[in-house]
Design a protein around this ligand. Structure first.
Ligand code: DC
Length: 217
C-alpha cells in the first residue's frame, strides 16, 4: 500500500500530476478540492447564506458526493463542468473555510482512500486527510505560470486574460491561506517549466522508495 499526499496552491499542477501519478501507481486519485467544490455547488443551489457555517455543513451533509472516472457526481448527477465554473471557483474558499464543512467532507475523502493506497491531492492532504502518508509533496509554480495554466484550462492564452487570472489566483491564495497547510516533512517541487512526465517519474521513484521503507519499518 502506498499513500501519497500532494498539496500546493491553485495552479501548481496538483490535479494533473496527481491523476497521472495515481494511474502509474495503480491506486485511486482523491481530489479533495472536488469535494469542496461539489459541496459549494449544493450550498449555492440551496440559496442559503454562505457565511452560515452550520447551515452550509447541514446542506452538504444531506447530499452525496462521489468521484467516478475523473468526474464528480452530486446526488448521482455529473456536475464536473459546473464545479469548475466561475461561480463555484469564486465562492468555494468561503464555504471551505467553515470548520463544520471541513469535518463533514474529511470523512467522505478518507472513505475513498483504498486499502491498496491512494494519491490524495489538495491543501491539507499531508497534514489532515492522510497525515501518515508514505510520501508528502508540496508543489509550487511561479505566479505567472499558475495564471497561464488557469487561462489555458479555460481556453485562452491572451496576456490580459493571464493578468486577470494572476489577480484572482492571488486572491484565492489569500482566501485559502488558513486551509493551506504545508507539512514539515513534505518534499517541495517547483513545477515551473518542467514537463508533467518528468515530475511524475520523479514522484514514482520517491513513492516506491518510501513504500519500500514503510514495509521494512
Ligand atoms: O484544488 P481546487 O482548486 O479544486 O480546490 C478548490 C478549493 O477548495 C480551494 O480554493 C480551497 C478548497 N480546498 C480546501 O480548502 N482544502 C482542500 N483539501 C482542497 C481544496
Amino acid at each position: 500500500m502506498t499513500v501519497v499526499a500532494i498539496d500546493g496552491p491553485a495552479g501548481s499542477g496538483k490535479s494533473t500530476i496527481a491523476a497521472v501519478l495515481a494511474e502509474r501507481l495503480g491506486v485511486v486519485h482523491v481530489d479533495t478540492g472536488a469535494y469542496y467544490r461539489a459541496g459549494t455547488l449544493a450550498v449555492l443551489r440551496s440559496g442559503i447564506d454562505l457565511r452560515d457555517g452550520p447551515a452550509c455543513a447541514r446542506i452538504i451533509g444531506e447530499v452525496t458526493i462521489e468521484r467516478r472516472a475523473g468526474r464528480t457526481l452530486l446526488d448521482g448527477v455529473d456536475v464536473e463542468d459546473d464545479i469548475r465554473g466561475p461561480e463555484v471557483t469564486a465562492t468555494v474558499s468561503a464555504v471551505a473555510a467553515h470548520p463544520a464543512v471541513r469535518a463533514g467532507l474529511l470523512a467522505a475523502q478518507r472513505a475513498v482512500v483504498s486499502p491498496a493506497g491512494a494519491v490524495v491531492e489538495g491543501r491539507d492532504a499531508g497534514t489532515v486527510v492522510v497525515p501518515d502518508a508514505d510520501l508528502k509533496v508540496w508543489l509550487t509554480a511561479s505566479p505567472l505560470e499558475r495564471a497561464a495554466r488557469r487561462a489555458a484550462q479555460l481556453g485562452t492564452a491572451e496576456s490580459n486574460a493571464i493578468a486577470i487570472h494572476a489577480d484572482s489566483i492571488e486572491r484565492r491564495d489569500a482566501d485559502d491561506a488558513s486551509q493551506m497547510l504545508r507539512s514539515t516533512d513534505a518534499v517541495e517541487i517547483d513545477t515551473t517549466g518542467v514537463a508533467v512526465d518528468e515530475i511524475v517519474a520523479r514522484l514514482v521513484r520517491l513513492a516506491q522508495r518510501a513504500g519500500a521503507a514503510g514495509e521494512r519499518a
